[in-house]
Design a protein. Structure first.
Length: 195
């Protein structure tokens, strides 16, 4: 049976986790329009702080709060990955890669007549990213993180033909890793808190 001190500490920890994750979710939601280093650093710092807290403190979170933290963690994983990935992509190429009108990137391809033409590749990356992070977060919370390997393999196979240029390969790798890092960290922290 838990003592009053344990119940009080558990309550404080759960309230802090909930408030910190809500704050991180609010920050990444604001960053959806324009990812900024400050917003993403604070949001990432809150997630890492929560991760450290649940790693160190051995308190059991009550069932109702587990459900709330799971929902909040999945939302944070899915939404936060978008601005974090876009920020990482901009940092990787210095903002030189031009985005197309359909969500892809514009690359210069050589035509048969030696006249280069511009083509938009990697379209639908935003939608794919949301689905990818949803699957990653849910697989971690369900206790099957090996599913992440299947997600990455499917994504690589689906994009294989579009990865002919160095810019496309770099964008694919950086975007995928940033997205997976964010989703895995947020979902992993929640998994530690609820299991």
């Amino acid at each position: 049976m838990e003592s009053r001190a344990d119940i009080l500490i558990t309550t404080i920890v759960v309230i802090f986790l909930f408030a910190a994750l809500c704050a991180a979710l609010a920050l990444v939601t604001v960053a959806l329009r324009r990812p900024t280093t400050v917003l993403l650093t604070v949001a990432g710092g809150l997630v890492v702080l929560c991760f450290l807290i649940v790693s160190v403190l051995p308190y059991n979170v009550p069932l109702l709060f587990r459900a709330a933290l799971a929902i909040l963690g999945v939302a944070l994983s899915v939404l936060g990955g978008n601005p974090f990935s876009r920020w990482a992509l901009a940092a990787a190429d210095g903002g030189r890669t031009e985005e197309g009108t359909r969500g892809g990137i514009l690359v210069e391809l050589m035509a048969e007549r030696a006249q280069p033409r511009e083509e938009e590749i990697l379209r639908g990356g935003t939608a794919i990213g949301y689905l990818e992070r949803s699957a990653v977060a849910l697989s971690i919370l369900a206790g099957f993180p090996a599913v992440i390997a299947i997600i990455v393999a499917l994504k690589g196979i689906g994009r294989f033909t579009e990865l002919a240029t160095p810019a496309a390969r770099e964008r694919f790798i950086v975007g995928t890793l940033a997205s997976l890092l964010w989703a895995s960290t947020a979902a992993g922290m929640v998994w530690l808190a609820i299991w």
